[in-house]
Design a protein around this ligand. Structure first.
Ligand code: HEC
Ligand code: HEC
Ligand code: HEC
Length: 133
């Protein structure tokens, strides 16, 4: 309940900041991250990842992750997978690096950085994100 209220507040604050943007949006709670169509698998044991988006959205500023948001796109919060489609693991705008590059806004990059600052963010492949089937 507390979490729902906080999430609502986070949404409300952003909504106030973006009054000029005509688009309304929701802050999704859980998002299933799956490979984009046509993207080759790097490892067969890697399955879809359920991402606790709402949990993050009340702890981290939206734009720390949605790095292409600007005054022009305010309120759109385009899905990472719309741009990060390339299946080359070395391509910065590709699928793999969106979640695994060395620094934020990748999942692993942010978690690793926060760990060095005393955070409890999980960084193990199978203990954090890729739960074994
Ligand atoms: C820790 C990183 C992170 C934070 C913080 C974050 N998001 Fe997201 N957001 C994501 C990821 C990852 C996705 C899934 C993108 C995908 O499906 O490719 C997403 C998806 C979304 C979507 C759905 C986009 C679509 O078209 O499917 C919306 C809307 C959104 N976020 C809004 C927000 C708002 C508003 C905030 C702040 C209140 C926020 N996000 C904070 C990482 C984050
Ligand atoms: C509008 C297109 C677009 C969207 C949406 C987008 N990105 Fe990116 N991203 C890029 C491009 C292009 C780059 C390459 C560097 C640059 O131009 O900023 C990049 C770079 C990155 C990098 C650095 C990779 C490296 O190797 O250094 C990370 C991490 C990243 N994006 C994560 C995300 C996440 C997470 C989301 C969603 C919350 C997201 N991106 C949404 C286009 C996008
Ligand atoms: C910009 C920073 C940032 C990014 C990017 C980020 N996280 Fe996190 N993550 C956090 C923070 C902060 C916590 C809470 C840590 C704590 O409890 O001390 C967290 C916690 C978690 C947890 C543990 C949740 C729990 O119940 O304790 C998981 C799993 C997780 N993140 C997965 C992801 C995934 C998957 C992505 C990418 C799609 C991602 N994170 C991207 C900052 C980030």
């Amino acid at each position: 309940m507390f979490r729902t209220v906080l999430l609502f507040m986070a949404g409300a604050v952003v909504a106030v900041l973006t009054v000029s943007a005509a688009t309304a949006y929701e802050v999704p709670d859980k998002i299933v991250l799956d490979r984009v169509k046509g993207n080759k698998m790097l490892n067969t044991w890697v399955d879809k990842v359920t991402f606790a988006h709402g949990f993050h959205a009340i702890r981290v500023p939206c734009r720390d992750c949605h790095h292409k948001e600007s005054d022009k796109t305010l309120g759109e919060f385009v899905a990472c997978r719309q741009c990060h489609t390339d299946d080359d693991p070395k391509e910065p705008s590709g699928f793999y690096r969106a979640w695994h590059s060395d620094g934020p806004p990748s999942c692993l990059g942010c978690h690793t950085q926060r760990r060095t600052q005393g955070g409890k963010n999980p960084v193990g492949c199978t203990t954090a994100c890729h739960k074994p089937r």
